[in-house]
Every structure is written in C-alpha cells, then in structure tokens.
Design a protein around this ligand. Sequence first.
Ligand SMILES: [Zn+2]
Ligand SMILES: [Zn+2]
Ligand SMILES: [Zn+2]
Length: 141
Amino acid sequence: MDRLIDVLRNKGYKITPQRRAVITALSECGQFPTAQQILEHVKQTNPDVSLDTIYRNLSLFVELGIVHEIQTCNQDGNRFEMVTTGHHHHVICLDCGKVQCLHFCPISSAEIEKVEENGFAIVSHSLEFYGYCQECRAAGQ
Ligand SMILES: [Zn+2]
Ligand SMILES: [Zn+2]
Ligand SMILES: [Zn+2]
C-alpha cells in the first residue's frame, strides 16, 4: 500500500484523503472488490464521495499500472486488484463473477515475436479466461 502511495508521489500526484481512502479500500475490501464495494468502504471515512470519483481514481491507478482492472462480464461490474505480484492472468466465472489468479503466463516469447512481425514493439499484454466455476457448475446440474 505504501508502495502505491510512493508511485503516485513520484509521478507528481497529490495524495488527497480520497485517494488514500481508495487505496486503503483496495487493500481492505478483500480480493477483487468492485467499484461499488470500494465506494461503500470509502464512504465510511469520506461520506461525500461519489461513485464517479471512485471510478476516476481507479482509472488513474490502472493507467499508472498500480491497479489491475479485471473485466468480469458480470452485472456487478469489473473488479479491481492491487498490483502486488508479478505479471499474471485471471480466470473469471461468467455466472457469479468469481475471480482467481493464475500464476503462470501461457504466452511464450515465440508468440510475442510473431505479434511483433506486425511492426509493433510489444511491451505488455493482458489475457483473461472466462468460464463457470465449480460451484456454479454443480448448481447448474
Ligand atoms: Zn461461479
Ligand atoms: Zn490477480
Ligand atoms: Zn501473460
């Protein structure tokens, strides 16, 4: 969490109480909170905060690479994760929106080289897997 604040400071961003509250919420809301859950948490200390402000701060953090946004394709909306570990991917349940980290990368450097044949110098990639979790599969039977 302090590392995130350092990144913001080094990039010249002010650490406003709201920004600090969003970062605290990200670390205290459990794994993969939605923007709505972050809002509820931030409201405990900053009652006037709006969902708009939460989204604005989250997208700044995503842009700075300190927060990862996980597209869930679920009605609860996307989920957010603080970037604390190295490069990794996620598997997402289309039914309940559950997210799990996958601690391996299925993309090889040979594949990246193939992409670079298009004239791009690739610096990063993102990849999520969608399906149905064990519980949802059991419930659907
Ligand atoms: Zn599920
Ligand atoms: Zn993750
Ligand atoms: Zn990867």
